[in-house]
Design a protein around this ligand. Structure first.
Ligand code: SAM
Length: 241
């Protein structure tokens, strides 16, 4: 069975609406996927849901779509934020894609004392989120927030949101049991490759909304820890139940 290609577009989606595609999107549909006028494309965003569209133009000059009908309503994943010290290049691309696939609702880069990524490329992160959402059938596109310093983020923490601190020095216990005691909305926090400093750990430990969780006896790389904790969160309190 031929699957309908999916495309994330921020344009307003409504019945009968014509959308001219940007050059990159036109290239993807017509040259990479070899679609022609009349072919179907599923277009979605976090505001209008997913719409069945057809290509009305597909030539070297460009491509355009017409929206027909809504095929799925917006479906945000569980209210779990992924807070993370940005990693370098390929690992950051990877972890941003995986967090999207695993159903993080928001991605929040956090600058910690040992963060080593020189510059946080939000545009690149958003492109990775968008591509992952297209591939994993999400009818939603997780937000990528502006980077914030750890202390600033914690001092203005949203009341009522739990924060799960992935802490490799916490006493080892069953993380699934620990996470079942947490309620949504929630966030997970994964540190940089060098870990959090003693001062950062002391700050985290002093806050009533923070739950430290150990992910077992091995020290994982930050991208592995992110995948592990998001998996456990979905199993314990998210949409894998
Ligand atoms: N500071 C550590 C060291 O140098 O030995 C390593 C930090 S680890 C590479 C990066 C982040 O992954 C940590 O800050 C933590 O948030 C998370 N992490 C890795 N292994 C973990 C574990 N076993 N339990 C909980 N969190 C873990």
């Amino acid at each position: 069975m031929k699957t309908t290609p999916r495309l994330h577009l921020e344009a307003e989606l409504a019945a009968g609406r014509d959308i001219a595609l940007a050059r990159e999107q036109a290239h993807y549909l017509t040259t990479v996927l070899r679609l022609a006028a009349g072919d179907a494309v599923a277009v979605f965003n976090s505001r209008d849901g997913e719409w069945l569209c057809h290509l009305t133009e597909a030539s070297r000059k460009g491509a355009a779509l017409r929206c027909e009908r809504q095929s799925a309503a917006v479906a945000p994943p569980p209210d779990i934020d992924y807070c993370f010290a940005p990693l370098k290049h390929a690992r950051l691309d990877y972890v941003v894609q995986k967090a999207t696939e695993l159903g993080a609702r928001r991605l929040r880069p956090v600058i910690t004392q040992r963060t080593i990524a020189e510059r946080v490329n939000l545009e690149r992160m958003r492109a990775n989120v968008s591509e992952a959402a297209e591939q994993c059938n999400l009818v939603f596109v997780p937000e990528v927030a502006e980077p914030r310093k750890l202390a600033d983020m914690l001092s203005q923490w949203e009341p009522g949101r739990a924060l799960v601190h992935c802490d490799e020095t916490a006493a080892i216990a069953d993380p699934l049991t620990a996470l079942r005691a947490v309620t949504l909305p929630a966030a997970v926090l994964v540190g940089p490759e060098g870990g959090f400093t003693a001062a950062e750990k002391a700050l985290l430990q002093s806050l009533p909304f923070v739950t430290p969780v150990s992910l077992g006896p091995r020290i994982m790389r930050a991208d592995t820890a992110a995948i592990a904790v998001l998996t456990l969160m979905q199993a314990a309190l998210g949409d894998w139940r």
